[in-house]
Design a binder for this molecule. Structure first.
Ligand SMILES: [Ca+2]
Length: 501
């Protein structure tokens, strides 16, 4: 804290002596003609910020008619530097950040650092609504007003969804055993049983487990999903929103998980390994199923190529969520709220910012910051399902692209576009999106940043129960403790915020 104050004092002095302090007699007309000031986190170190040398940014400025300069900062330094600017009364016009988005929106609104943007979008850039998921807008809506501009998703990209996680299986193991893709939780159990006990890899040794997970229970969530809940999402129970892992259904799912663990179909080491070790178990053909993202079955994603060095015929497939005993079916929807843009409460010409964003939301302009100029740097391939790279920087590696100016400029308003990877991941998206659960609250409330340690205690209790070291009463006691130590407040604030939307 002391260091922060010292840094703040030094920073404010520096601003005063360089003539940047608040009310320092800046000419308003001159300020209007100045380039917009964009403050950009998640900086690529090699990014050229001089617009003269940056072909991509220069093109965006010329085409949109809006001059802008980009200041980049690392994610870790972002909060500190933004607060220093706020204390000095010289906020950037708009900024981009990708961490704790809903929470930051609530805090910056409370601090008066940002302005509502709903009317600005409607009046000056309604095209943005075609790109931004409603779930993301809901998450940054406070007291009926939208306070941030979340990343868009290319609406023309069938692999452009924001739900990216599901259950993947070793398809070659299914085929070896003559099994089909499971549709229900019971059928999934049968598959995992066979993966464990019927020698799916045909090497004559008892050396495989059905499903793996890491210590944060990621893979095992698919069992809770079949009971209609995702642990960290919110569901209605007795007229109130309750977090998934506090519901009765979740307790039932834990009991099933423990049964599966006792039956030996879940890797017994799950509670002691991280996600990297879990991936190693896939690569070594020790497990046949795990929770994973859409890229996992991709032949160029690092897991499958390494696995194929040992098992050339290996196939990994994403399967749709299985149906549970009450007829529930679906994965928990993914995070719709990715990299986001906020407009400063001090921005004098927010409509110029909207002009720039409107340009980005027109035609294929949103691809410019990522891939450059159509016809110069890239063109659609023959089938229209991907791109051909034309210019030298686009055919080079990441460093060449960054040096050319691709990447950070796009964070003035990022649009997710997965077209280059589409042929291989489209099937995964179709499987995930076949069945999705409904999360009743996406966003954050202040109490979440206050009580940050209560979730790990709950998680620990769940793991101890699954591996047979505690009773279901211990689970319920842990849930009560979660409420008593701050969860009550979180739950009350979530319910209040949903009522006020
Ligand atoms: Ca075997």
């Amino acid at each position: 804290m002391y260091q922060k104050i010292v840094a703040l004092v030094i920073f404010v002095f520096a601003l005063v002596f360089s003539g940047y302090a608040a009310g320092g007699g800046e000419d308003i007309d001159a300020a209007a003609a100045e380039p917009l000031w964009h403050f950009n986190s998640f900086a690529n170190p090699g990014f050229p910020t001089d617009t003269e040398d940056n072909a991509v940014l220069q093109y965006m400025i010329e085409q949109s008619g809006v001059d802008v300069r980009i200041e980049t900062v690392s994610v870790d330094d972002f909060d500190t530097k933004l607060q220093l600017y706020a204390a000095a009364g010289t906020l950037p016009d708009f900024w981009h950040h990708n961490v704790d988005i809903a929470l930051n929106t609530a805090e910056w609104k409370a601090q008066g650092l940002i302005q509502p943007v709903g009317n600005l979008i409607e009046e000056h850039a309604p095209e943005l609504f075609d790109f931004i998921p409603q779930a993301a807008l809901d998450a940054v809506t406070i007291d009926g007003e939208i306070y941030a501009i979340p990343a868009g998703f290319n609406p023309d990209d069938p692999a452009g969804g924001y739900s990216i996680s599901g259950l993947v299986l070793r398809e070659d193991w299914l085929n070896n055993l003559g099994l089909s893709v499971p549709e229900t939780l019971d059928e999934l159990y049968d598959v995992l049983w066979a993966f464990t006990y019927d020698d799916p890899d045909g090497n004559g040794r008892d050396d495989t487990f059905g499903m793996g997970s890491s210590d944060n229970l990621d893979s095992l969530t698919v069992i809770a999903n079949a009971f209609g809940v995702h642990p960290l999402h919110w569901y209605e129970q007795d007229g109130q929103l309750v977090r998934g892992d506090l519901t009765e259904r979740y307790v039932e799912a834990l009991q099933v998980t423990r049964n599966w663990y006792e039956a030996g179909v879940i890797d017994p080491e799950f509670a002691a390994i991280d996600y990297a070790s879990l991936q190693a178990k896939v690569i070594n053909s020790q497990i046949g199923a795990l929770g994973a993202h859409v890229w996992f079955p991709h032949p160029r994603w690092h897991a499958l190529p390494v696995l194929r060095e040992q098992v050339p015929e290996a196939e990994i497939t994403m399967i749709p969520a299985v149906e549970g005993p009450y007829g529930d079916r679906g994965y928990g929807p993914g995070n719709a709220l990715l990299q986001t843009v906020w407009i400063s409460s001090q921005a004098e010409n927010p409509e110029r910012i909207m002009q720039l964003l409107s340009w980005l939301a027109t035609g294929t302009n949103h691809l410019v910051p990522r891939f450059g100029i159509q016809g110069v740097d890239w063109e659609y391939n023959e089938t229209g399902t991907g791109y051909n790279w034309l210019s030298e920087p686009l055919q080079g590696d990441q460093n060449d692209r960054v040096a050319y100016g691709l990447g950070n400029a796009g964070r003035m308003w990022p649009v997710i576009d997965r077209t280059p990877w589409r042929p291989e991941i489209e099937a995964s998206f179709e499987a995930i999106e076949a069945h999705l659960l409904d999360n009743k609250f996406i966003g954050a409330v202040p109490a979440m940043s206050e009580y940050t340690d209560i979730d790990s205690l709950l998680q620990e209790a769940f793991v101890l129960y699954i591996i047979g070291r505690s009773s279901i009463d211990d689970v319920r006691r842990a849930q009560e403790a979660w409420y008593a130590e701050g969860g009550d407040e979180i739950t009350a604030q979530v319910n209040a915020q949903v009522r006020n939307r």
